[in-house]
Write a new protein. Structure first.
Length: 185
């Protein structure tokens, strides 16, 4: 359950379309978009995923295990081989990669190596939102709110915002609306 958030004025940084989840829901209900002049936009998953210093995105936080930070990891599925055997098992004694070993960097980099499936890149969007909340002052979400949102979506399959039920796709679209340059996307 997500409660209404205070919409605080923020300094402008780029063009993004959304504010807090409740503010975004209210804006959609009233037919207006967020208030881009009062927002500090975040970076996209691509920024955080391209990582390792090329664009200054390298960050030790990306080395932390996803499950350690986010708590739950039901949405992400490890890939199986051709015969349906889990190549990357959840068995800690195995030398293969487990769900518990997936780092924020693995998730935000995406499914390039096919070790796991993040349907619709939802977890990837959440990692970007978490990194934005952690590293960008004035971002519309706090770290704790990002984690609360993830846990509700990951365990229930939806998010309740101001009495509205948002699907995983709607949550991802909201997160994307908090990135720089997303106002025209």
């Amino acid at each position: 359950m997500l409660f209404a958030l205070m919409n605080r004025p923020l300094m402008a940084q780029g063009a993004c379309a959304a504010d807090s989840p409740s503010g975004h829901a209210s804006a959609n209900a009233s037919g207006r978009r967020g208030d881009p002049e009062d927002l500090v936009c975040g970076r996209s998953p691509g920024y955080w995923g391209n990582a390792a210093g090329v664009q200054g995105a390298s960050d030790e936080e990306l080395n932390r295990p996803f499950k350690e930070v986010f708590g739950t990891i039901y949405h992400i599925q490890m890939q199986s081989d051709f015969f349906g055997v889990n190549v990357y098992s959840d068995d800690e004694s195995s030398s293969t990669l487990t769900k518990d070993q997936l780092t924020l960097g693995d998730v935000v980099a995406g499914q390039r190596d096919s070790r796991f499936t993040d349907e619709g890149n939802l977890a990837r969007a959440f990692v970007a939102a978490y990194m934005n909340a952690k590293r960008i002052d004035g971002y519309p979400l706090t770290e704790s709110l990002v984690l609360e949102m993830w846990n509700e979506v990951d365990t229930r399959g939806h998010l309740m915002v101001s009495g509205q039920q948002w699907s995983k796709l709607q949550v991802k679209q909201y997160l994307e609306s908090t990135y720089e340059g997303s106002a025209d996307d």
